[in-house]
Design a protein around this ligand. Sequence first.
Ligand SMILES: NC(=O)C1=CN([C@@H]2O[C@H](COP(=O)(O)OP(=O)(O)OC[C@H]3O[C@@H](n4cnc5c(N)ncnc54)[C@H](O)[C@@H]3O)[C@@H](O)[C@H]2O)C=CC1
Ligand SMILES: CC(C)CCC[C@@H](C)[C@H]1CC[C@H]2C3=C(CC[C@]12C)[C@@]1(C)CCC(=O)C[C@@H]1CC3
Length: 345
Amino acid sequence: MATRVRPGNKRCAVIGGSGFLGRHLVEKLLDRGYSVSVFDIRQSYELPGVVFHMGDLCDKQALLTALKDVSLVFHCASPFPGSDDRALFERVNIQGTQTVILACIEAGVQKLVLTSSASVVYEGTDIKNGREDLPYAKKPIDYYTATKIQQEKLVLEACDQQKGFLTVAIRPHGIFGPRDPQLVPILVDTARRGKMKFIIGDGSNLVDFTFVENVVHGHILAAETLKSNSPICGKPYHITNDEPVRFWDFMSEVLVGLGYAAPRYHLPYALVYGLALLLWLLTLVLRPFVSFKPTFTPMRVALAGTHHYYSCERAKEDMGYKPVVSLKEGIARTVQSYPHLRRGA
Ligand SMILES: NC(=O)C1=CN([C@@H]2O[C@H](COP(=O)(O)OP(=O)(O)OC[C@H]3O[C@@H](n4cnc5c(N)ncnc54)[C@H](O)[C@@H]3O)[C@@H](O)[C@H]2O)C=CC1
Ligand SMILES: CC(C)CCC[C@@H](C)[C@H]1CC[C@H]2C3=C(CC[C@]12C)[C@@]1(C)CCC(=O)C[C@@H]1CC3
């Protein structure tokens, strides 16, 4: 039985609030006067004003406890994208998201903002200034992407203005910033092992990298714009820095900022992709005997060697989105935030 929450209520919940994006979102929500509950399988920090609920989003009862009196839910939980655990992705991103929707409806939540990904339309080939009307990838490049597609469809289809349950999906791309556990740490680890000497392809491919505070800004704008009859109900929105950059220029700027050499030598894209594919097949065949994780997976090679940048015109038009931190400043703040990853540290 749904208990309707009073209008104007600024109590929200962040599912996945212990993660990189989730924690930045929680911090900004607190600044803006929201009271926040975090629901996550782990607690990674403590903050005054935040109530933590430890639990798995596949557990409806645990969710219902965390969603009591909450009017707005952000769902930004996901398994690590680099994993190849198909069952885990399906359980968390598909069944788990279905459970989140059911729990929101049962708890009387009015708005659900999903963190999707621009990669739901990416198949490993060039996308230039892609808009939201591009079809979902028919051949997603990995289980992460395949299940993010299903997740986004579930959330958008659940939008029901009659029943007062409104949903929207934010599609960020290449999130970076302080405390990111993925992009900068993987890059530095690769450099420290002497493997960041090569540029895959001619180095001219443009990609979106999005500073985490812009992603947070997009989420909060969406939540505050999401009202009955608003054009954003049930729709996906690209949120990027709106400054596509050459993939290898971005990587070089971060590397040089941290004291490492920029990659210099070019390798043909098809050769590196073919080798990465071969290596990946080998890891599958040898999995019963040895386990090893190649740095250059076919997915990473595709992301590093193709154009993939997206238009955020729709977010500008429908919710007045404009990035709040430029790419240059975002990179400087990110580099500064990783003293322990500097060369020689
Ligand atoms: N990092 C990136 O470049 C991009 C990320 N995204 C999306 O943004 C969202 C946030 O990503 P990040 O903050 O980078 O990841 P993250 O790994 O730092 O955070 C994810 C959080 O979800 C939690 N979680 C995982 N499984 C759970 C479960 N079964 N129940 C409850 N909590 C669970 C984790 O404990 C973690 O705290 C994800 O949905 C991801 O798909 C989208 C585009 C790009
Ligand atoms: C070893 C180097 C060639 C590359 C190091 C950097 C990569 C770890 C990152 C470059 C682009 C990133 C990216 C994602 C993860 C980290 C990178 C591969 C995502 C797959 C994260 C989840 C998404 O939704 C899409 C992202 C696209 C870009």
